[in-house]
Design a protein around this ligand. Structure first.
Ligand SMILES: [Zn+2]
Length: 340
């Protein structure tokens, strides 16, 4: 092939992929799913294009991921109790979901899973520790699929792989009693009034909808790797534990993911384990969760972890979106449009 022909083919290819990319962005901007604050699970519009994935952060480590006709909920802790910022949807609003993926069975990751499973008929996927909580909440046993890591699940156009992670051990990385002192100091510095007895009861009821099995730390934290279309990878992890062999194996198989939802909490003590997850999975885009507690003192800023993430992985951008904002990705061109 002459150099001239090769060059013109290259230019044509570049022009075509540029046009495709422009088209994808424009299409996403015009798609109601990328402009609505209503989650698809709560009756909002599903994406029009076969190539669009819509990601919404629903507070803490809750996410909704909508793709073609399928709605995935990642964790289910919507009614978070007194003083927490309302996410704008309550469990009773969630009417459509195909599957609920539970990262681990602590209450702040699954307290509303049984209610939403009953309403939607969605299958719940998680480590076995979730099964008792779901049964107590009245979810039919045949809606639960227990996983240990290594399982592969298929949905139309999507493959989901369960990966064994580890619960966070942040308390062991700081002086003994530090986290309690930090919590007390933040409490003192905030304008939040002490909880009333009725509010405490409300909180106790939410806390009861989770498991306290100590084995969750080593055997009960499941990450999920979603592969959309021909290879758009989304990783969900809801506790920043030490990196496991299974996580390393996945990272070898998929050297970088397109999107990762990762947990950030305990202020500066939470940054090193978060950065380890970023270095392992090398995401292009990171959503942070688990940092939005009551008031303003307890909602940790995304900026310090975002800077640490950029220093450790210069090609990773950290999203700072608020509840329900639709963030659309084209699985082919990998472009992103932030709605609203
Ligand atoms: Zn936990």
């Amino acid at each position: 092939m002459s150099r001239g022909i090769a060059l013109s083919i290259l230019l044509m290819t570049l022009a075509t992929s540029h046009a495709l990319a422009q088209g994808a962005k424009a299409a996403m901007r015009q798609d109601p799913a990328c402009q609505s604050l209503t989650p698809v699970s709560a009756g909002g519009p599903a994406p029009k294009s076969q190539d669009t994935v819509v990601v919404r952060w629903l507070g803490w480590t809750n996410y909704e991921v909508a793709y073609r006709g399928t709605v995935f909920l990642l964790d289910a802790y919507y009614d978070r109790g007194p003083r927490m910022h309302p996410i704008g949807v309550v469990p009773a609003d969630m009417k459509k979901a195909n599957a609920i993926f539970i990262g681990h069975a602590h209450f702040d990751h699954m307290s509303d899973a049984a209610a939403v499973a009953k309403q939607t008929g969605a299958r719940v996927i998680g480590a076995s520790f979730a099964s008792e909580v779901l049964a107590k909440g009245g979810a039919p046993a045949n809606q639960f699929k227990a996983v240990k890591g290594g399982e592969v699940m298929q949905y139309p156009g999507v493959t989901v792989e369960a990966v064994l992670g580890h619960h966070n051990v942040i308390a062991t990385t700081v002086p003994e009693g530090f986290l309690d002192k930090q919590a007390a100091a933040v409490e003192t510095a905030s304008l939040q009034k002490p909880l009333s007895d009725a509010e405490k009861q409300q909180l106790d009821a939410i806390r009861a909808r989770g498991s306290r099995d100590p084995k969750i730390a080593t055997d009960g934290v499941i990450n999920y790797l979603f592969t959309f279309g021909n290879g758009f990878h989304v990783l969900f992890a809801d506790s920043p534990g030490p990196i496991t062999d299974a996580q390393r194996a996945i990272a070898q198989k998929v050297p970088s993911v397109d999107v990762a939802m990762l947990p950030y909490f305990s202020f500066e003590a939470g940054i090193p384990p978060l950065v380890e997850l970023v270095k392992t999975f090398k995401p292009s885009t990171v959503f942070l969760g688990h940092h939005d507690a009551e008031g303003t003192m307890k909602w940790a800023s995304n900026y310090p972890p975002a800077l640490a993430i950029r220093d450790a992985s210069p090609k990773t951008r950290t999203m700072d979106v608020i509840y329900r904002t639709p963030v659309c990705f084209n699985t082919a061109s990998k472009e992103m449009v932030i709605g609203w």
